[in-house]
Design a protein around this ligand. Sequence first.
Ligand SMILES: [Zn+2]
Length: 173
Amino acid sequence: MESVREGVAPMAVVSYEFRTVRRLEAEAIGVPGKRTFRLWADNDAGAAIIWTEKEHLQRLAMAVRHMLNANTEMRGQRALPEVPAPAPLIRLTLSFHADRFELGHDAETGEFTLYAHDWEVDETAPHTFSCRIPRRQLESLATNIEIVCAKGRPRCDVCGQPISGPDHVHGEV
Ligand SMILES: [Zn+2]
């Protein structure tokens, strides 16, 4: 006979597949030096607000550039069919903190997929969010991230650290 064991039920792991998104942008909120970063994706089915660190976004932009270089646009590739999200009964708003992004590429359609992992979910669990991104949109995203991340505090010519104000002390962040 099986014994009943008490314990904490594992957190339900849900993957939200946003398919084609209308908007996919990186944003920085707050004043330079204390900015919070997020990716914003939305379509008719809902919105995903993915909070993350600047470093993760920068790494994502680098991965995107690499991915775009490694998978050059091919002539004769069939036009990307837009995959509309199913008509929602309730418009979903998803908000989580991601510490890991992954990219996928479909050689047949030339389309890319972005995966984001919730930092509270086990590493072996499936992604929390995914969306399909045509090449142009992915290029725009990389440029967008690079601009957003570059808009921080200016760097000191002497010590190379970011300058927060006139009371800057060399070597201090
Ligand atoms: Zn300095």
